[in-house]
Write a protein that binds this ligand. Structure first.
Ligand code: SAH
Length: 256
């Protein structure tokens, strides 16, 4: 009889213990042990590989530098925890403050259009999450990136530093004015929708350099333009595809 009671108590204690177990490792920022953390990283690496094959190679991106960058940068770290499961999906995602991280394919396409290499000094306007900056930083010598919303810029700067993207410098200011003290740039990438190509950016482009920029059209979207400056300073503009970005706003900086 006593033995039976003991067995029942053991069963009850086991049930209580197991019913609490699921709560122990809940969430993305879990107290997972080494093995689980490793399998999560492997899982993201696998999702990244599929993203590159199915969304980027399949749509015609060929540059090895770009494909390697898209394969190596942990996009999930640049996405808010609540959206992390969708980090590698074929879509943009909210990053807070009404802004968005671009769809992976658009990041790859704009990076390929920029056609930069490891000697190049590049300027990005619209740091946002810092993801496009991280992708570019694996390819270029130095990247300056400007964000107008202070909180987003600071967050991105911290993340980029913690992930050792050491050749990136984040500035908080109006990117439409460029960064005259570091100009001229081999390339400029604008990741917010401009109503027209800002003059200061054209001035800060090196002869032989190029800019990739979405500019408003009459169809509630933007034309993704490649702006090339030749050695004599002449400008040639190529219109590529339709895109949709959040607007490039004017002002000193935005604090919330
Ligand atoms: N490249 C980003 C996505 C950009 S979203 C990424 O990889 O996540 C566009 C960003 O441009 C937003 O964060 C917005 O705040 C910023 N922005 C808008 N106007 C700006 C301006 N004038 N100067 C600098 N950043 C600006």
């Amino acid at each position: 009889m006593k033995f039976l009671a003991l067995i029942i108590i053991v069963i009850i204690i086991s049930c209580i213990f197991y019913s609490f177990r699921p709560f122990v490792n809940r969430g993305d920022v879990s107290i997972a042990n080494g093995k689980e953390a490793k399998s999560k990283a492997e899982d993201y690496a696998q999702q990244r590989e599929m993203m590159v094959e199915q969304q980027i190679v399949a749509r015609g991106i060929k540059s090895k530098k770009v494909l390697d960058a898209m394969n190596s940068v942990p996009r999930h770290l640049f996405v808010p925890v609540v959206y992390r499961r969708g980090s590698y999906f074929d879509q943009p995602l909210p990053i807070g403050s009404g802004q968005a991280i671009s769809q992976p394919y658009i990041v790859a396409l704009m990076t390929e259009m920029l056609d930069v290499g490891n000697d190049d000094i590049v300027l990005e306007i619209g740091t946002g999450s810092g993801y496009q900056a991280a992708v570019l930083s694996t390819i270029v010598k130095k990247l300056y990136t400007i964000e107008i919303i202070e909180e987003l810029g600071m967050q991105a700067a911290e993340l980029l530093k913690s992930q050792e993207f050491d050749n990136v410098e984040v500035r908080i200011s109006d990117g439409g004015l460029g960064l005259p003290e570091k100009a001229p740039f081999d390339a400029i990438i604008v990741t917010a929708a401009a109503s027209e190509i800002p003059d200061p950016l054209i001035k800060q482009l090196k002869p032989g350099g190029r800019m990739v920029i979405p500019v408003d059209n009459n169809y509630y979207s933007q034309d993704l333009l490649i702006v090339e400056k030749d050695e004599d300073g002449n400008i040639e503009i190529k219109n590529t595809i339709l895109v949709r970005f959040v607007p490039l706003v004017k002002g000193e900086k935005i604090t919330e």
